[in-house]
Write a protein that binds this ligand. Sequence first.
Ligand SMILES: Cc1cc2nc3c(=O)[nH]c(=O)nc-3n(C[C@H](O)[C@H](O)[C@H](O)COP(=O)(O)OP(=O)(O)OC[C@H]3O[C@@H](n4cnc5c(N)ncnc54)[C@H](O)[C@@H]3O)c2cc1C
Length: 417
Amino acid sequence: MSNPHFETDVLIAGAGPGGASTSVFLAKEKINHIIIDKAVFPRDKICGDAFSGKSVGILKRITPAWQDYFLTDKNKAVVSTGIQFTAPDNTCLDIPFLLKNTKEQIPAGFVSKRIDFDNTLAGLIDNQYATLLTNTLLEDIEEIKDGLLVTIKQHGERKQIFTKMIVGAEGRGSIVAKKMAQHTMEPAHYSAGIRAYYKNVSGMHEQNYIELHFLKELQPGYLWIFPLPNGTANVGVGMLSKSISLKKVNLKQLMLEAIKTHPTLKDRFVNATIEGPIDGWGLPLGSKKRKLSGNRFLLTGDAGSLIDPFTGEGIGNAMVSGLVASRVIKKAIDANDFSIHFLKQYDDELYTKLWTELKLSHYLQILSSKPRLFNFVVNKASRSKELKETISCMFENVDIRKKFMNPLFYLKILFNR
Ligand SMILES: Cc1cc2nc3c(=O)[nH]c(=O)nc-3n(C[C@H](O)[C@H](O)[C@H](O)COP(=O)(O)OP(=O)(O)OC[C@H]3O[C@@H](n4cnc5c(N)ncnc54)[C@H](O)[C@@H]3O)c2cc1C
């Protein structure tokens, strides 16, 4: 081996929510590491920009002062207190998020452009333990004796890093996932999404509820309108890739058409103006269990396909995977064991945390593609306080989500007026 430019125990590839949170939690364990990103922050990431209670929970563990970092600048984030569903038959259902600890006034969710959020999160990377190299692209990984030889391109110059292990956190299309775990893109477990920023969309919810519109043409998937500061909204559509090819859907056309003609949307966009382009990106869904570790590697966030298949939410799971990765890495360093057998505990621990929820969300994704059943549930819920509360709890409580898998649940709501 020729002399590498850098040597480390742990290399994290990618400084988005998955990589940055792995780094922050590794620093809490006092573990030195290198984290690289091909971009220079602040950088955009195509996203709905919505952060759930799960993200809030992890941000609190990153720093108790998280609100000071992410929420105090009113030009950068709005607190959201609920969710509005519109069923394929245009019935509307408002569901407030449950506030677990109302004394502390913890926001249940918020919306913030990723260009701002990711920059703030990357700013929390602790340079006492982490060396953050931006404008540094991961190009290749080679297994050698006692470690990995990683080729990077830093500011256009090709260099090498020797590391005992690597964390794949480069998001969709991760090189670590492809090369070391042989992941491929599977259209039945992958969605495509497009996003645009609009100014002056009227009729936004006064408490900044995020809106999901389950249009008939978009099943399984939805159109979203998420409120942002200063009269801006993040508007986008997402749909399962398998259905996009089967139905030959053009997402951009479909979104523009819906905004122009759909009965519940068209009036709201009369005075709205688009800001910037309509951009698209892929969502690797967690509807199938995948290999998340192996000899000298772990996968976090989108690199490990951990996006919720019903809601399209991936930031919370990316940060949860960063937390679990840091714990397993600490154990691997202490044991000086980076083998496939040792690192397998990462898959076990992470799927123990996430799989029940991902499986149920897969079920809900299938349910949402059946417009009649979806209309029925939303219609009933719009008239039943009890069912509304059940749906509200469903976002926090996986056991309540299980109810939706039981046919008796539908019989019960059929006869319960
Ligand atoms: C249209 C759309 C809407 C979405 N809406 C939401 C939403 O509202 N809420 C939500 O929770 N989730 C949403 N998601 C999912 C969410 O965006 C992802 O789950 C989340 O960004 C995953 O974080 P990550 O850190 O794993 O990957 P990323 O955020 O993609 O970060 C990966 C990082 O790696 C870097 N990188 C990539 N390749 C390399 C390389 N070769 N070398 C070095 N660095 C590299 C990138 O520059 C980037 O900084 C949405 C996704 C899409 C596509």
